[in-house]
Write a protein that binds this ligand. Structure first.
Ligand SMILES: [Zn+2]
Length: 105
């Protein structure tokens, strides 16, 4: 390990539910869309995940639809912005963060 900050060299859609990232240090990791969305780093999602679930809440598209990303946009050299099929697009996933949350082989 000479490079302390591996970067993605390839993003691949594995199937309808998950993403695979091949990293510059040769490691490949995966994550499901569901997990990716649950880890959305934007302020709104973080606030949402800290609240207890209200049984009388209105179910949002995010809870009803088979969510998937519709676009990954590189942001600078350090992050990806992910646009989701329900229109949510405020999550900026830093490369460091992606490496942390993509834990499946
Ligand atoms: Zn979000």
């Amino acid at each position: 390990m000479t490079n302390p900050d591996p970067h993605p060299v390839e993003l691949q859609k594995v199937d309808e539910t998950s993403l695979k990232i091949i990293w510059s240090d040769g490691v490949s990791t995966g994550i499901t869309w569901k997990a990716l969305r649950e880890k959305c780093p934007c302020a709104a999602c973080r606030e949402e995940s800290n609240k207890p679930l209200d049984p009388f809440r209105v179910l949002k598209p995010a809870e009803l639809l088979p969510l998937k990303p519709v676009r990954f946009t590189p942001t600078g050299n350090y992050a990806y912005k992910v646009d989701w099929s329900d229109g949510h697009a405020s999550g900026i996933y830093s490369i460091k963060y992606l490496r942390e949350i993509c834990t499946q082989p």
